[in-house]
Design a protein around this ligand. Structure first.
Ligand SMILES: CC(C)(COP(=O)(O)OP(=O)(O)OC[C@H]1O[C@@H](n2cnc3c(N)ncnc32)[C@H](O)[C@@H]1OP(=O)(O)O)[C@@H](O)C(=O)NCCC(=O)NCCS
Length: 134
């Protein structure tokens, strides 16, 4: 949960997808990165949370985990979505991992969280969705 909270800071929001999703952990001698994927409808999957242990960030583990997911769901699914706040660094990470912008859910962070969420001093308001074909 400590690691999941880095990517999504409200436990009640994590619990909405944690128990119906599949969790993947990238680990060798040590845990490197973690993510949760849900099925939203037949053939449509969504990456709900991904976090790399802070001391291992920017070493390729997040990208490697997403490449594994795409390979894992290929054949059973047709699309993989991910939603995130409008944060240029995170959007760049997902684009580097093969996602392309899809649509926006207006006011998602304001309507669904019990407190304002800030990243890099900027309040998150809308959810930006990206997707890639499987
Ligand atoms: C986002 C996150 C999962 C990326 O994981 P990571 O293992 O550090 O990412 P990688 O090392 O695989 O990065 C691959 C590429 O994505 C891009 N990238 C990754 N993190 C980035 C950042 N903070 N800013 C800009 N580009 C970034 C870079 O192009 C990077 O390649 P490079 O290091 O050769 O330039 C990680 O930073 C993290 O856990 N952040 C906190 C939780 C979070 O915000 N999760 C997403 C919520 S929607």
């Amino acid at each position: 949960m400590d690691l999941l909270l880095i990517a999504d800071e409200q436990v009640s929001m994590i619990e909405k997808y944690l128990y119906r999703g599949e969790m993947f952990a990238l680990q060798d001698d040590d845990l490197k990165a973690l993510c949760v994927v849900t099925q939203e409808e037949p053939g449509v999957y969504e990456l709900k949370n991904i976090a790399t242990v802070p001391k291992y960030q920017r070493k390729g583990f997040g990208q490697h985990l997403i490449a594994y997911l795409v390979d894992h769901y290929k054949g059973v699914g047709k699309e993989l979505y991910v939603g995130t706040g409008d944060n240029p660094d995170i959007l760049h990470f997902y684009e580097k991992c093969g996602f392309r912008r899809s649509h926006i859910v207006k006011n998602f962070f304001v309507d669904n969280y019990d407190h304002p969420i800030y990243e890099n001093g900027q309040q998150l308001v809308d959810m930006v969705y990206l997707k890639q074909s499987l």
